[in-house]
Design a protein around this ligand. Structure first.
Ligand code: CDP
Ligand code: MG
Length: 155
């Protein structure tokens, strides 16, 4: 099922110089990055993006963290991309993270976990519209399209 999702490399990823490695992992899958920018998230954007977490014990820490430096925001598109990118990011809690995932390989802390990845089609569309206008989202062909969209193949 064709979907798009919002990924955000959080400030720890930018400060630690891991943006290239994370973007490379995304590119290798064959999923398509259709929008991307380095952003200083505003308080309003942070509050909207994390509205479902308001009132949690980690909420203030989370907002301070996301405002603490630049982030790389991306929209990634492809078949079942939401579930796949969630798996690539890894579990929320540090103790559950699998080696092989971005979080499992590169972070050990519940809060500082490098990468946001939308968890449902509804949240993906809501979240990506907080960071991007439709005219910032590009339509183009990659070499991987040939294999993703081979005529008659399941997707
Ligand atoms: O990012 P993910 O969807 O995996 O987790 P979430 O439950 O939506 O939580 C959003 C973010 O809040 C996490 O990515 C963490 O940065 C932070 N968090 C935390 O610091 N401590 C927790 N117990 C849960 C979440
Ligand atoms: Mg979440």
């Amino acid at each position: 099922m064709h979907q798009r999702t919002l990924l955000i490399i959080k400030p720890d990823g930018v400060f630690r110089g891991l943006t290239g490695e994370i973007i490379a992992r995304i590119e290798k899958t064959g999923f398509k990055i259709i929008a991307m920018k380095l952003v200083k998230v505003s308080k309003e954007q942070a509050a909207k993006h994390y509205e479902e977490h308001f009132g949690r014990d980690y909420y203030n820490r989370l907002i301070d963290f996301i405002l603490s430096g630049p982030c790389v925001a991306m929209i990634v598109e492809g078949p079942y991309v939401i579930k796949k990118m969630r798996k690539m990011a890894g579990k929320t809690l540090a103790e559950e993270r699998e080696p092989g995932s971005v979080r499992g390989d590169m972070s050990v802390n519940n809060l500082f976990n490098l990468l946001h990845s939308s968890d449902s089609p509804e949240n993906a569309e809501r979240e990506l519209s907080i960071f991007f206008n439709e005219d910032e989202i590009l339509d183009y062909e990659t070499a991987a399209d040939r294999y993703w969209y081979w005529e008659g193949q399941e997707r």
